[in-house]
Write a protein that binds this ligand. Sequence first.
Ligand SMILES: *Cc1c(COP(=O)(O)O)cnc(C)c1O
Length: 236
Amino acid sequence: MSTSLTSTPERAASLIERINSVKSNIQELGAASRTRLVAVSKFKQASDIQTLYDQGQRHFGENYMQELTEKANLLPKDICWHFIGGLQSNKCKDLAAIENIWAVETIDSEKKAKKLDVARAGKSKINVFIQVNTSGEDQKSGLNPGAETVKLAKFIELECPNLTLAGLMTIGSLKNSASNEENQDFKKLTEAKSLVESELGLSELELSIGMSSDYKEAIRQGSTNIRVGSYIFGAR
Ligand SMILES: *Cc1c(COP(=O)(O)O)cnc(C)c1O
């Protein structure tokens, strides 16, 4: 990774145009006050992130521990980092060591939640999203949307004082994303959210749904946290 924090003027213009287009779409959907835009910067240069930071963007998403650690060291300390990659329990400690980690969106076991919680003692709380496998595809990570998700949500609420249960996250199938109708994965996640809220007596959990190709539909279906990468930064 280059440690330069300066983009060429052409690159900067492209990044700014793209992120502004996402923002105006959010506004047109009347969702500006409830939608957090996470710019997913995996494999992209630190200079890209700095350029968007200079435009006021604060939430960035990364998938790989080492890359996140390097970028977090190099870039401004008030960036709100989201870890959105596959999480291994032996990496929870490294994740908790990043001062400005803001959210971990891929929690899928009590073991990982506890490791993250213990390692975070004495620092600001981390927002966590439970990753749910709404499509039932074997290759997708995440818990089933029923009892498993409720159980982990209870565990986080009751046993993890250094974590905040922020909500649920899903990736969903390509097929459901490409369909022109209501996205069935987003619908299932919304139902799982209602179930968790009623079982735990909570309200207002978040939905982390929507990527480059389907974030508008995700917003229509109630997303509060969209994760947009390639549309802003270009193909990876
Ligand atoms: C890479 C990634 C994204 C961004 O996907 P794009 O299609 O590039 O917008 C969003 N969420 C997760 C979990 C990812 O791994």
